[in-house]
Design a protein around this ligand. Structure first.
Ligand SMILES: [Zn+2]
Length: 80
């Protein structure tokens, strides 16, 4: 009675640029160290955001259609 469970419990938003649902979460910090992540990487569900530095306006999402990156943490919490 169990259906497939998603590997990552993240819901990707639509791309604000092209409206595609093919949006990958960008992972920061760790290079892919788990098989699940690697599978996600291969299926374009996840992309790596680079090394260990999380800079302030690092985007969270990357559209795999148009390569638009968005979702920088400039939303509700600390608006200045
Ligand atoms: Zn897009």
């Amino acid at each position: 009675m169990s259906t497939e469970s998603p590997v990552l419990d993240i819901k990707a938003p639509l791309c604000p640029n092209c409206g595609s649902v093919d949006v990958a979460a960008i992972l920061y910090g760790h290079p892919a160290c788990s098989e699940e992540i690697n599978l996600d990487l291969e299926s374009n569900q996840t992309v790596l955001g680079g090394c260990c530095e999380i800079y302030e306006k690092a985007p969270e999402w990357c559209c795999t259609k148009c390569n638009h990156q968005f979702g920088a943490c400039a939303s509700s919490e600390d608006g200045y």
